[in-house]
Design a protein around this ligand. Sequence first.
Ligand code: ADP
Length: 157
Amino acid sequence: MKIAVYPGSFDPITNGHLDILKRASDAFDKIIFLLSVNPSKKSRFSIEERLFSMKEVAKGYPNVEVDYCDGLVVNYAQEKGAKFIIRGLRAVTDFEFEFQLAAANRFLQPDIDMVFFMADKETSFISSSTVNEMANHGADVSTLVPPSVSELYKKKR
Ligand code: ADP
């Protein structure tokens, strides 16, 4: 069984993340949609809120399960028998960061490969930080995020 982990901060999930999740779920037998948190990093949404919206989204995909990890993603993947880590690429700026991350991961776990999906042109401009910035200024972001995230913004207004 080909298992892949799709890790991220998902603070919050956007339609860009969803596009990658959907395509990855078509390509692999099982996807672990992983909230990977760095406890020292400031976040807009709590771990519980992020996990809730990830679980809501995962309901649409029978081969996607949601989990949480505060350690190294490569070690998590190794424990779960996942040989692939999924990431999305939006622009050249993503590439530099992801290239370095892939090299570091390969150093730690040479038998785990990172697999990159190119962002769709419709959603390539979307990032969690841009959506948060828009929402902070009262913009309607409901077409950029899944419904469960829209609801979270309404509650937090
Ligand atoms: P991280 O803090 O680990 O980068 P993010 O939640 O920001 O977590 O992103 C998780 C992954 O999803 C990253 O590989 C990122 O490049 C990718 N991603 C984010 N937004 C988009 C988008 N609009 N289209 C495609 N991939 C995206």
